[in-house]
Design a binder for this molecule. Sequence first.
Ligand SMILES: NC(=O)c1ccc[n+]([C@@H]2O[C@H](COP(=O)([O-])OP(=O)(O)OC[C@H]3O[C@@H](n4cnc5c(N)ncnc54)[C@H](OP(=O)(O)O)[C@@H]3O)[C@@H](O)[C@H]2O)c1
Length: 480
Amino acid sequence: MARAIIIFGGTGDLSRRKLYPALYNLHARGKLEDTVILACGRKELAREEFEKKITEFVKPRSNQPPVSAFLRQVHYHSADFTQASEFGGLYRHLVELAPGKREVVLGYLAVPPAEFEPLVRNGMKTLNDSQRQRLRLLVEKPIGTDYQSARRLNRLFDRFVGERNVFRIDHFLAKEAVENLLVLRFANRLFESAWDRRSISSVSVSFSEELGVENRAAFYERTGALADFVQSHLLQVLALLTMEEPACLEEDPIKNAKVRALKRLAPLRKEDVVMGQYTAGKVDGKEVPGYTSEPGVSPASKTETFVALKTHVRSPRWKGVPFYVMTGKRLDKNEGLITVRFRPPTACMFTPGGAEHGHTHEYSGAKGFDLGNSRLQIQVQPEEVFRLRFNLKTPEEKLSIKPFSMDYCYSCDYLYQRLPYEKIFEDAMSGDRTRFSRSDEVELAWKWVETLKEKPALHHYAAGSAGPAAAKEWLDHLKD
Ligand SMILES: NC(=O)c1ccc[n+]([C@@H]2O[C@H](COP(=O)([O-])OP(=O)(O)OC[C@H]3O[C@@H](n4cnc5c(N)ncnc54)[C@H](OP(=O)(O)O)[C@@H]3O)[C@@H](O)[C@H]2O)c1
């Protein structure tokens, strides 16, 4: 099928680190035949300079073709698309490169969020109906900076592009461990039957990063950890963990179930939220500056680089179960971890006082054990690991019960998985919207973040630590 992929922001950080490696893999798998890729940026770039940007993070494996063949498919166009007049030149360039009719045109918005609106308005005005129908607009998160701006953008997309042709990206939804949440929950009787308040005592979702703000200060200063990470990625994970089973594995039933789950999240209370900002410290043995000394950050900045929060789900399934959510930059590790803690068994012979409930046991001296350790952990990154921890006895003479772990390293078995952005491009090319967010999901996520009416005090933490001391309750919950 003849296609064109136009990447607005094709020289930026996201494109270089994520999009070109994914596109190269698709090229290597023969999925980009008769496809022209046109990368756009504002700066004039010599071909050599542009190629350097594209190939910086493309690392072919020994069985993959050389990058040069891929490079022949990728072209550059420089223009400032806040100027409507620039689109004529872009279309002429596209036609020159690919004279025949393109059946599908992907327009990828990898530009700063403030550029979305002018770009869509200017770009869409110049298209005729047939061209509009063939366009699929891929939009990076975050959609807007708050509920109102997200709503405005969604209306704009709907008016100019049409909801069916808008593909809102949250690359977490293309991570294997995240995709596996539904399979784990609904394809295993073991978990399906235990997935509620009767069996689960708490759930935590944490994403720690060693990286600081890097070169994204301008964006991060206005956003912070809550709006950048929790509003999108972590709420998607919470929705998948707490939703009811969709009627079938199709786009709308899945999204409807997620939307219902988001609606059931209890509003955020200031006392359930801890925010922090990193100061200078050592990460991986290297001295690093504090957030306010990073280039582009105001020395008086109050932006949070860490957030830990507790919430509940207002449904019979989850009544009384706390959900702990944490994310932060410049922490002591790079790790994404979901932990589901199971309750101890109901009064049994091994629990304290169990015998008094009518159970007896033949082990003399067994006074009862702390059996609250069973848990399921899903490590999303750096490796994808599924870990089940449960109680067993040790072989000693005197009864001793201890937790043991059973690990399945998913990414050790599947060494070469498709990259999340590879799946995103493939789905968008085929028109499968399941992995993309619908407008109401995005708006509800913003709405929920905004239930926090007042930001709590900002606590400092040294770079390379686990986070601020004030977040002890959260951090204790995240400990192994
Ligand atoms: N970086 C990430 O890890 C990441 C992760 C998730 C989501 N995102 C989202 O992805 C988008 C891009 O982020 P980024 O970090 O790649 O940004 P970036 O490094 O600042 O790159 C921005 C790109 O947009 C181009 N651009 C900006 N204004 C333009 C205009 N008016 N006309 C044409 N081109 C324009 C820039 O071209 P010039 O350089 O020539 O000006 C550059 O190619 C943002 O919406 C961000 O929120 C980024």
